[in-house]
Design a protein. Structure first.
Length: 256
């Protein structure tokens, strides 16, 4: 069977995963919500636009799905103008994928371990439930994503707002984002339906962002300190508890 990867929601994470794994797949297709034209990211990776909210979605995507051996869904709720449309889209994708029978990883928009109460949280939990009840799917929660061109300190350096320096970081590098996705695909059957991936390194934001600002050569963020305002985390089914070996467990900035 050919190894062909389909990434539905071809943003920063999807593009980085495709580039890191182009030797592992014979073909990669990335679907964007909007693009002027179909184009090639490289010799093996085709990127195309598809109206994911079209009533004709099952027909338009089924032929693409049939050629895939692995699927990643990385669509945030912001892809839909109306929250209900997001859940309807996920249900359509699930139904079509189940009819073909392809193992799929859904990248949840719930930050790994973050506890908050809002209407958005309810929507995110509902989006996970869509996939948790079927063995063809795994739901993966990441910490905050970082890479050579993406890091909280870059936006914080441009902000006049202060952050709580006593709070702890809850992040994951792009190397380990790709690594954990590979791990899930390679050990799919023995893993639970929901996993979280956060680097096991949680220094204070003051310590880590001061160091990161020097590494990125940007101004240090503004801090205040309040130990009574610490973010609560509850990490469920951590990937390392099932055998994952961290690549960048200290959240160092890559040299490239």
């Amino acid at each position: 069977m050919k190894k062909e990867l389909l990434i539905i929601g071809f943003g920063w994470l999807g593009q980085n995963y495709a580039l890191a794994n182009k030797l592992h797949f014979e073909r990669i297709i990335g679907i964007k919500r909007s693009a002027a034209l179909r184009y090639q990211l490289d010799a093996k990776t085709n990127v195309c636009a598809l109206d994911l909210f079209s009533d004709n979605l099952p027909n338009s995507i089924s032929e693409i799905l049939k050629s895939a051996s692995h699927i990643i869904i990385a669509l945030p709720p912001s892809s839909a103008k109306i929250p209900e449309d997001y859940l309807i889209l996920l249900e359509k994708l699930k139904t079509t994928i189940v009819s073909i029978g392809i193992k799929t990883i859904f990248i949840s928009s719930i930050g790994a371990g973050s506890l908050f109460q809002s209407e958005r949280k309810i929507l995110l939990e509902q989006s996970e439930i869509v996939f948790l009840e079927n063995s063809l799917f795994k739901v993966l929660r990441f910490g905050g994503l970082i890479g050579t061109d993406r890091h909280p300190v870059l936006s914080l350096a441009r902000s006049n707002s202060a952050i709580n320096g006593a709070d702890l970081v809850n992040l994951i590098s792009i190397e380990d984002c790709c690594g954990t996705i590979d791990f899930l695909f390679n050990h799919f059957e023995r893993l639970p339906s929901l996993l979280t991936a956060v680097a096991p390194y949680h220094p204070s934001k003051f310590e880590y962002y001061k160091k990161s600002s020097r590494a990125f050569r940007v101004p240090s963020p503004h801090f205040y300190f309040d130990t009574e305002e610490l973010t609560a985390y509850e990490l469920v089914n951590k990937v390392e508890d099932f055998g994952y070996k961290w690549i960048n467990d200290k959240l160092e900035r890559p040299n490239n």
